[in-house]
Ligand binder design. Structure first.
Ligand SMILES: *Cc1c(COP(=O)(O)O)cnc(C)c1O
Length: 375
């Protein structure tokens, strides 16, 4: 048999039933001049940080014959310090766990608290990886309610939790792909509902919180051992290529996820790189204010052009509405700008880029708009 055979495909393999007919996560990685589709920070790392990373990685390289620190003690200590410094809520090593991107954090949480015979709920449209990771871990997925304006109706959501009694509740705030933050009172109500129903774990996905008009909800961890806040260095820190995510929670949660983590999951090189980056949080986060004001400018200009826009607390903006979303996505792409079609009918999402990239995007959508008006 030829190893490259045209008539043998995925369906011929004995893959798990729940994976059949499904598509992998797939934001297009296209080579176009302006890429505003995956919410990355558009600014490359500053030279001084690149140097510091090279230094720390060189040190780590000498010890690559050994396994890394399995418990990433130094890294978790620095992440805890960063959280304490930026939120004012005291956290230490015992409260923090790190992994390869917050996607791995979410996977470890579902391996620990979800799994076969258990369920997780999210309020969709929300982060597409939550249901995909649920499927991969054999966790049943419940599509929770969200209003037409993409806010979460507190009573509807509480009712859904009481009815389905999920084992894990995902709340993404600010939400992706819509951009809006979830009010603190809603999060509290969902936590109470989840405790009354089961009790179950509530995961606050704060991937974009550094861009929010509101503060982080890390302080809610006080007295709530079933709450987990998940964070990432992929967005505000401008280090998506590093693959470093982390969580803050009660120390018992950190103990629990260690039951499922692969030994030595975080490479020495990744730990060294992240530690170098954490020495430079001020430099890394200096672009956050600029990205926030560019985000606000995108909102204003999109509204001025005549689009509808969802209020955004993130580094991206959801805009619409379009009768043929896919066609508009393609028309914008034809003008050299890649935005994201998240499959929310009528809406597209654009990440805040550099001022020049945002101008190119705005020119492109104005042009598309003009063309559709004259058609
Ligand atoms: C981008 C994103 C993440 C980050 O994933 P990483 O694996 O850390 O890169 C997590 N949650 C949400 C909602 C996101 O949009």
């Amino acid at each position: 048999m030829s190893p490259v055979s045209d008539d043998f495909g995925i369906d011929d393999l004995p893959v798990r039933d729940e994976l059949r007919g499904k598509s992998p996560y797939g934001a297009p990685q296209l080579d176009v001049p302006v890429r505003l589709n995956t919410n990355e920070n558009p600014y490359p790392l500053p030279d001084e940080l690149v140097e510091r990373i090279a230094e720390r990685v060189r040190e780590a390289a000498r010890d690559l014959n050994r396994y890394p620190d399995r418990d990433a003690v130094e890294l978790r200590t620095q992440l805890a310090k960063y959280l304490t410094d930026t939120t004012g809520y005291p956290l230490d090593l015992a409260n923090v766990w790190a992994a390869n991107g917050s996607n791995e954090i979410i996977q470890q949480l579902l391996q620990t608290f979800g799994g076969p015979g258990r369920t997780a709920i999210g309020f969709e449209p929300s982060y597409s990886m939550h249901p995909i990771i649920a499927r991969g871990t054999g966790t049943g997925w419940i599509d929770g309610p969200r209003n037409a304006d993409f806010t979460i109706d507190r009573d509807d959501a509480v009712r859904a939790i009481a009815e389905h009694r999920p084992d894990v509740v995902f709340v993404t705030t600010p939400n992706n792909p819509t951009g809006n933050a979830v009010p603190r009172e809603t999060v509290l109500a969902l936590y109470e509902a989840a405790q009354a129903a089961k009790p179950s774990m509530v995961v606050l996905d704060e991937a974009y919180v550094e861009f929010s008009h509101d503060e982080s909800l890390v302080g809610l961890l006080e007295g709530r051992p079933n709450l987990v806040v998940s964070r990432t260095m992929s967005k505000a820190f401008g280090a998506a290529g590093l693959r470093l995510g982390y969580l803050a929670a009660h120390p018992a949660v950190v103990d629990a996820v260690q039951l499922v983590r692969l030994p030595y999951h975080l490479s020495s090189v990744a730990q060294a790189t992240a530690l170098a980056a954490l020495e430079h949080t001020d430099t890394l986060l200096k672009y956050v204010e600029q990205l926030k004001s560019e985000r606000d400018r995108l909102v204003d200009e999109l509204l001025a052009i005549g689009f509808e826009v969802t209020a955004s607390d993130a580094n991206f903006v959801q805009f619409g509405r379009f009768a043929d979303t896919r066609a508009v996505w393609q028309q914008i792409l034809d003008r050299g700008v890649l935005v994201r079609d998240n499959g929310v009918p009528g809406w597209l999402r654009v990440s805040a880029g550099t001022p020049a990239e945002n101008d190119a995007f705005l020119d492109a959508v104005r042009d598309v708009q003009k063309e559709s008006e004259s058609a």
